[in-house]
Design a protein around this ligand. Structure first.
Ligand SMILES: O=C(O)CCC(=O)C(=O)O
Ligand SMILES: [Fe+2]
Length: 349
């Protein structure tokens, strides 16, 4: 394959906010990913991009040269609304519900962070450098167990790109799964850093050196993975839908550039072994700016349920609890009606 053939272009989602089309769903279910465009409103994508650019160092600056790994990103819930709105955008919830085949109320947000990646020359990269990543799966730092068999997916992983690949490079490389008997995806999937006694190395050259020295058979297996890579030709607002058990990696950016990407995971509510990646809602409720409380007030009942807030009709609710929660959040615009309505429908009260 030539380099241009290895690039894949995003495909447009269905019109009228109807989410993914059949072939996008099939691509995610069978190959382990779908790269889509037109899902998210460009105005909101633009606002979040501007917000992020104002928070992170300029490319080429001394400060930027210290961003060689993760951390220091914007995490959910942020003090500014656009980031939170994008994290819980109804169309992200819709596509996750399409892919996992559960109602939105049975989804849980367990990651939303936005981080910058800066293009740098190849010299001086340490083991943890994220510029030229080793091929990997993401599950080792998300789940306490091992991903369930392929046809029982428990989570959707998402990258929202806020930059343009033709300007900054840094495509995500993905290995399309080729059917039930694809050796690359044979169960259990353990030839990835951070699993068993394989050290958590991020940099491609260091990681593959380690495999060559300590696990020659796995090194050979991984060499075949690299040969099968396809590259995402993303634009600003493109969305990569993938999985914790999809082989993939970040590839180098053009030196002197910045790439912004937001990573999210929605899991099924009963998959409690998939952990929330960042400090989470509880620490946010310790902030004097009351960002979490304001957010609870603003969200729809479906969006709240994705944070673990009981949905209307949940057996948690009774009139006393609804009154109490309304007393807590009423000043933030919380509307208790949908919760009351569903109570009366159950006929219990
Ligand atoms: O940078 C990318 O495109 C992918 C990043 C990634 O795979 C990761 O951080 O685990
Ligand atoms: Fe990854």
């Amino acid at each position: 394959m030539t380099a241009t053939e290895r690039f894949i272009q995003p495909s447009l989602v269905q019109e009228g906010n109807s989410g993914l089309n059949e072939s996008q769903i099939k691509s995610w279910r069978e190959q382990g990913f779908a790269l889509v465009d037109g899902l998210l409103p460009s105005q909101l994508v633009h606002e979040v991009t501007q917000l992020a650019l104002s928070r992170f160092p300029e490319p080429g600056s001394e400060e930027a040269s210290h961003f060689t790994d993760f951390g220091g990103g914007i995490v959910f819930p942020d003090q500014e609304a656009p980031f939170n709105q994008l994290s819980l955008h109804p169309l992200l919830l819709k596509v996750s519900s399409q892919l996992l085949e559960v109602p939105v109320t049975e989804l849980r947000l367990c990651q939303s962070d936005l981080w910058p990646k800066y293009g740098r020359a190849p010299d001086g990269r340490d083991d943890f450098d994220n510029q030229d990543q080793r091929i990997h799966m993401d599950y080792p730092n998300h789940t306490l167990t091992h991903p369930a068999p392929w046809d029982e997916p428990e989570a959707v992983e998402i990258i929202i790109y806020l930059s343009d690949e033709t300007q900054v490079g840094g495509a995500t490389a993905v290995i399309p799964r080729e059917g039930q008997n694809d050796a690359a995806y044979a169960f259990p999937m353990v030839n990835t850093p951070g699993v068993s006694d394989i050290p958590w190395i991020n940099d491609r050259l260091s990681a593959e050196d380690w495999f060559t020295q300590h696990r020659p058979a796995a090194a050979e297996f991984r060499r075949h993975l690299y040969e099968r890579e396809v590259l995402t030709r993303y634009r600003q607002g493109s969305v990569l839908l993938y999985r914790h058990d999809t082989w993939h990696r970040g590839t180098p950016l053009r030196p002197g550039t910045i790439r912004l990407a937001q990573n999210l995971t929605f899991r099924k509510s009963d998959a409690s072994w998939i952990s929330t990646l960042h400090p989470g809602w509880a620490w946010a409720m310790y902030k004097p700016d009351q960002r979490m409380e304001r957010l609870i007030g603003d969200l729809s009942p479906d969006q709240r349920s994705v944070l673990g807030f009981p949905a209307p009709g949940d057996s948690y609710w009774n009139p006393q609890k609804i009154d109490a929660v309304e007393a807590r959040y009423g000043t933030f615009g919380f509307d208790a009606e949908p919760y009351r309505e569903q109570l009366s429908w159950t006929g219990l009260y």
